[in-house]
Design a protein around this ligand. Structure first.
Ligand code: SF4
Ligand code: SF4
Length: 121
């Protein structure tokens, strides 16, 4: 209890506006906690092209996400033509640029060779 209050005090020290929301001892209705390990991503849809980046901290491992093009790609170009972010480029096989992915799945829905696989369950 006392340790939790110490950290609540620390939070209020660095976020002074909180004193107006929780005056006096009402601040102790809150619990302070530490997220020591995790993974996530930020995803910016407000700028063009969109961008996203994954991160992990505290020793957590980043799970692969999104889609990947397999060697069975025939190079037909259908995926690139349907991708709303133009993030698929020709190659053998075709390639998907990570940072602009919407992960909408349109490419895999339209691939006639079933060559685009989702990287996570
Ligand atoms: S639609 Fe499928 S087969 Fe065609 S280029 Fe894209 S990944 Fe390759
Ligand atoms: S999932 Fe959507 S945004 Fe990502 S490569 Fe496929 S079509 Fe493009």
């Amino acid at each position: 209890m006392e340790d939790s209050r110490k950290w609540v005090d620390e939070v209020f020290l660095h976020n002074c506006v909180m004193n107006e929301v929780y005056p006096g001892r009402s601040r102790y209705a809150l619990d302070a906690f530490l997220i020591y390990k995790g993974e996530g991503e930020w995803f910016d849809l407000l700028h063009h092209p969109i961008s996203r980046e994954r991160f992990a901290y505290g020793g957590a491992e980043m799970e692969p996400v999104g889609f990947s093009i397999r060697e069975t790609c025939t190079g037909c170009g259908v995926c690139a033509s349907v991708c709303p972010q133009q993030c698929i480029t020709p190659g053998t096989p075709y390639q998907i640029a990570w940072t602009r992915r919407l992960q909408c799945g349109l490419c895999t829905e339209h691939c006639p060779a079933d060559a685009i696989a989702r990287l996570h369950a």
